[in-house]
Design a protein around this ligand. Structure first.
Ligand SMILES: O=C(O)c1cc(=O)[nH]c(=O)n1[C@@H]1O[C@H](COP(=O)(O)O)[C@@H](O)[C@H]1O
Length: 231
C-alpha cells in the first residue's frame, strides 16, 4: 500500500469507529486506534478493523519502566498491529529493552518513538523543566530513538526538515498536526498542510478530525491524497 495516510479513530466507542471506517477504503489509508477507543473497546476493536482490511497503528504511547513497556509492546505485537509507539522520554534503556523484546515477536510491528507532542509549544515545554526549544528537544529524542534501533519517530511538521537533515534516510517520520488549508486547528499548535508535510520528508500523516468530522470522510481522504500527489 502506497498511501501515507493514517486516519486517527478518536471515538468514544467501537460503534462510532466502525460506522466511520465502513465509509473508508482500506486501500487508501490505514487507521489509528488511540487511548480513548482502545480503553473503551479493548483489543476486539483491533481485530474488527483488521477483518475489514485495515492495517492498524496502535497508538497507546507506552511510557513506563523498561520491562513493563516492553511487555506491553509484545502484547501489541501479538494483536498483529502494523505500528506501535512508546514515549521517547522513557529514556535510552527503555527504548533498547523494548526494541530487543520485539525481536522475539513472531510478527514485529513498526516501533516508533513519540518525541514532543504536537500540542506542546515552548511555554508548555518549559513548564515541564525542558528549557530547550521544541525543535531541539525533538532532535535530541529522535537521536536516542534511532540509536536504540527503533524504526522512526512521531514529530510535528515543524521539525521534519531538521529531522530529515540529521537522521538516516530510512528512518520513518510520522506526523500529526496536519491541517488542510482553511481547516480548524483545534488543540494542535505546531501544524502544517498535508502537502507541506510530505515535501518536508514525512513518511506518514496522522489525520483525525479533518477526516472523521468531514461530511464525506472518504472524499476528504481522496482530496488529501490528491493534494499530496498520491491517488
Ligand atoms: O502519536 C500521535 O499520533 C500523536 C502525537 C502527537 O504529538 N500529536 C498528536 O496529535 N497525535 C495524535 O494524532 C491525532 C491527531 O488528530 P487530529 O488533531 O484530530 O488530526 C490524535 O489522535 C493524536 O492523539
Amino acid at each position: 500500500m502506497l498511501s501515507p495516510l493514517i486516519v486517527a479513530l478518536d471515538f468514544s466507542g467501537p460503534e462510532d469507529a466502525l460506522v466511520l471506517v465502513r465509509k473508508l477504503d482500506a486501500t487508501k489509508c490505514r487507521v489509528k486506534v488511540g487511548k480513548e477507543l482502545f480503553t473503551a473497546s479493548g483489543p476486539g476493536i483491533v481485530e474488527a478493523l483488521q477483518k475489514l482490511g485495515f492495517e492498524v497503528f496502535l497508538d497507546l504511547k507506552f511510557h513506563d519502566i523498561p520491562n513493563t513497556t516492553a511487555q506491553a509492546c509484545l502484547a501489541a505485537a501479538r494483536l498483529g498491529v502494523w505500528m506501535v509507539n512508546v514515549h521517547a522520554s522513557g529514556g535510552p534503556l527503555m527504548l533498547e529493552v523494548v526494541r530487543a523484546k520485539l525481536e522475539q515477536a513472531q510478527h514485529r510491528p513498526l516501533l516508533i518513538g513519540v518525541t514532543v507532542l504536537t500540542s506542546m509549544d515552548r511555554e508548555q515545554l518549559t513548564a515541564t523543566g525542558v528549557m530547550d526549544s521544541p525543535q531541539m528537544q525533538v532532535l535530541r529524542l529522535a537521536k536516542l530513538v534511532q540509536q536504540a534501533g527503533l524504526d522512526g519517530v512521531v514529530a510535528s511538521p515543524q521539525e521534519l526538515l531538521a529531522l530529515r537533515a540529521e537522521l538516516p534516510k530510512d528512518f520513518k517520520l510520522v506526523t500529526p498536526g496536519i491541517r488542510p488549508a482553511g481547516a480548524a486547528t483545534d488543540d494542535q499548535q505546531r501544524i502544517s498542510t498535508p502537502a507541506d508535510a510530505i515535501r518536508r520528508g514525512a513518511n506518514y500523516l496522522v489525520i483525525g478530525r479533518p477526516i472523521t468530522r468531514a461530511a464525506d470522510p472518504q472524499r476528504a481522504v481522496e482530496s488529501i491524497l490528491a493534494e499530496i500527489g498520491t491517488t
